[in-house]
Design a binder for this molecule. Sequence first.
Ligand code: NCD
Length: 320
Amino acid sequence: VSNYQKINQQYKGKDIISLQQFDTSSISQLFETTKHIITQLNTNTIVPYLQNKLATLLFFEPSSRTISSFSASIKRLGGVTIEYQNPLETSSAVKGETFEDSIKVFETYSDIIIIRHFENGSALRASNVADIPVVNAGDGYGEHPTQALLDMYTIHQRFNTLENLTGLIAGDLLYGRTVHSLLRGLSFYKGNTIYLLSPKRLMLPEKDVKEYTKLGLKLIQIHDEEDIPKNCQFWYWTRVQKERFAIQEEYEKIKHSFIITPNLLKNQGNKNMIILHPLPRVGEIDPRIDSDPRAWYLSKQMKNGMYIRMALLSLITGAL
Ligand code: NCD
């Protein structure tokens, strides 16, 4: 934890491993850069802050959104990519090459490495080996910092603040890495109350509850949809993380504990709220919700992913 370099408004050359590296000023700076990039994209298809740069995307776990969002970000910045999916099946890892050696190989060719891996701490391990910036695109059930940053950007876009909010985070709070990063991010801002809705088996670990509470978040754990207060400004729904279960029947039993239906939204929601989901969803949001103007998961939220990543990459490569 001490080996995470704090951003302190200096992104250039830094790894992005955990929300622990951030503070409100650095996040504001990222948001401002994001807005700047969005403005430029209104008149250009490419804003060339990554020209002559090569990024390697190393994805040891399935991904569609995150990998293509990073890929689009890099290409819209005029950069190029090596995209390596499932290296455990196709790379020298099959021959027994160590993780550290593989990182060294890709470092040789690249200006930046973006990595997703099934082990907690893997991105940190990669960053300890590589001298070029490493970006964590999800490490096991640890963190997913770029997702949390885009989630926060989206909440900020709607409410113009990240303070004094009341929100709901639902689903898999034990294994959901996006949740872990998001809670840490929200804990930097004062006055936030977050309701946590999960099956008992998938509650936020006690040590996280303690830590985020100490940082200033008010956390209220609930286990019944009827206990969702009607005044939440956002609902952040997540899928139960199938791949983290050793026993699949256990997953099957709880995978659909909580589903957003038109009825639930009518009974527990309000007209000003927004609904977010990092995606993929696997049945926990009824598709009838999609056309509701409050449903931001398939539209604004996902789009912001590309913008935030473009801003972040421009900052860590020192172009902005
Ligand atoms: C998330 C992830 O990989 O943690 N997906 C994503 O990047 N948007 C969420 C998930 O897989 O449930």
